[in-house]
Every structure is written in C-alpha cells, then in structure tokens.
Design a protein around this ligand. Sequence first.
Ligand SMILES: [Zn+2]
Length: 75
Amino acid sequence: MNHKMVNLCDASKKVADDMKNFSKWVREELLKRAPKANKHIPHSVCGEFLDCEYNPVAQCWRGICNKCEVTVEFR
Ligand SMILES: [Zn+2]
C-alpha cells in the first residue's frame, strides 16, 4: 500500500473519524474515476453496437448511436 496525505477541515475530519474504514472508502471513490477500457454496448432501442468511452466525472460509458442520432449513457 502507498500513503498520501489528505487535508481535512474540522467537519470532514469528524465524518472521517466516524467511518469504519476511511482508507478503503477513499480507494473505492478514487477507482470510480480511474480510466476504464472502451466498451461495445448494444443500444436498447435499435440493437446497434456503440463504441462507448468511459466518462469518469459522470461515472458512465457514453456512446453515440449514428442510426438513432442520439448520445447514450450506460451505467
Ligand atoms: Zn440506436
């Protein structure tokens, strides 16, 4: 395991102190934003396979269906 210092204000420190495993929670939150491989996902409307890229901020895969001319998000 690696160590990284985190600065907390009084309010966030109280929340962290009450958590059972603060480090585990931080790791899980960070991994949600880690780069993920592109996916081929079928569009539920037309069945066309979309080339989807992961969006770490929205935490979903996004693809464009050229057949339906819509942007589709997958969780
Ligand atoms: Zn479609």
